[in-house]
Design a protein. Structure first.
Length: 296
């Protein structure tokens, strides 16, 4: 590897001599011919959220323990390939969506897809005539863990992070199925880009029309497939972080008359829905954080 190699995480010439455990990974790029005339080489997400160490198609070598000296030359062969990720399986409560975006496909010059994990309420399959309010979460890739439900308590053998995740999933299951939470749809947006694991839900000159693709393609598709009420007062979009891109996203939605913030005026309308059962104390906001995010 040349001393000034732009793709190197570590300059090999500064590694001290001695024994080292070594493994190489090649993050495979492809060429994009964008609609704006730019030609770029980037890594395309393969459903892993731009995690290079588990991205299908990337190449890697078998681990080796090497003795490194001042003049050591060691061949490292990229003999292994990361296998495709198995599609997520639908369950009684969690469904998965994958669509091709025409807007993003036109901009990037190759097929581009958007994904979502949808948490459906108790009785969803038994009452196809029912319509539901919907909450869209735009966050970083992998946040479908927020909709993971566990039907049994965590075992005593579980410790640390494993136990904390299991406790949270079990609490969510109890809240979601007992009637303590409103019957609604929770949609976890998965919108990794060729640059990052998250588009931030806005249109940009360099990343393309992700804001339009979400609000005009993915979200209407989800609402149609999962019996949403389909009215501005019955949908909301939010992020976990408070940043300019989040506010910009909300502005884009309001300009299209597609969504409104759930404030004092809208909370009453949500409660008027025959499927909404918000707790009297605390309203929508407190209900949301208690039921979906708290692990304690």
């Amino acid at each position: 590897m040349p001393e000034r190699c732009l793709g190197g995480r570590v300059l090999l010439f500064v590694i001290a001599g001695g024994r080292h455990d070594t493994q190489a990974v090649l993050n495979v790029y492809e060429t994009f011919h964008r609609a704006d005339g730019h030609v770029l080489k980037l890594h395309m997400d393969q459903g892993e959220g731009q995690r290079w160490n588990r991205s299908p198609g990337n190449l890697y070598s078998k681990p080796q323990r090497l003795q490194i000296g001042p003049d050591t030359i060691v061949p490292i062969a990229l003999t292994e390939t990361i296998m495709p990720i198995a599609p997520s399986k639908d369950t009684k409560y969690v469904r998965h969506v994958l669509i091709e975006s025409k807007l993003l496909t036109k901009f990037w010059g190759r097929p581009m897809h958007l994904r979502a994990a949808v948490l459906v309420p108790e009785g969803f399959d038994d009452h196809p005539e029912q319509r539901y309010p919907v909450v869209f979460l735009q966050g970083h890739f992998g946040e479908d863990s927020s909709v993971t439900l566990r039907e049994t308590p965590p075992s005593v053998e579980m410790k640390g992070t494993e136990r904390r995740v299991a406790v949270g999933a079990y609490h969510r299951y109890q809240d979601w199925t007992s009637g303590r939470l409103p019957r609604m749809l929770l949609v976890i947006t998965q919108h990794a880009t060729p640059y990052y694991d998250d588009s931030y839900g806005v249109n940009t000159a360099n990343m393309g029309p992700y804001g339009d693709a979400l609000t005009e393609e993915l979200y209407p598709y989800v609402e149609g497939q999962f019996h949403a009420i389909g009215k501005p007062w019955a949908r909301v979009v939010f992020r976990r972080t408070i940043c300019p891109s989040s506010r910009s996203t909300c502005k884009q939605w309001r300009r299209r008359a597609q969504t409104q913030r759930v404030g004092a005026s809208n909370a009453k309308k949500w409660k008027q829905s025959p499927v909404f059962r918000a707790p009297e104390a605390g309203g929508v906001h407190v209900m949301w954080h208690r039921g979906v995010y708290d692990d304690k």
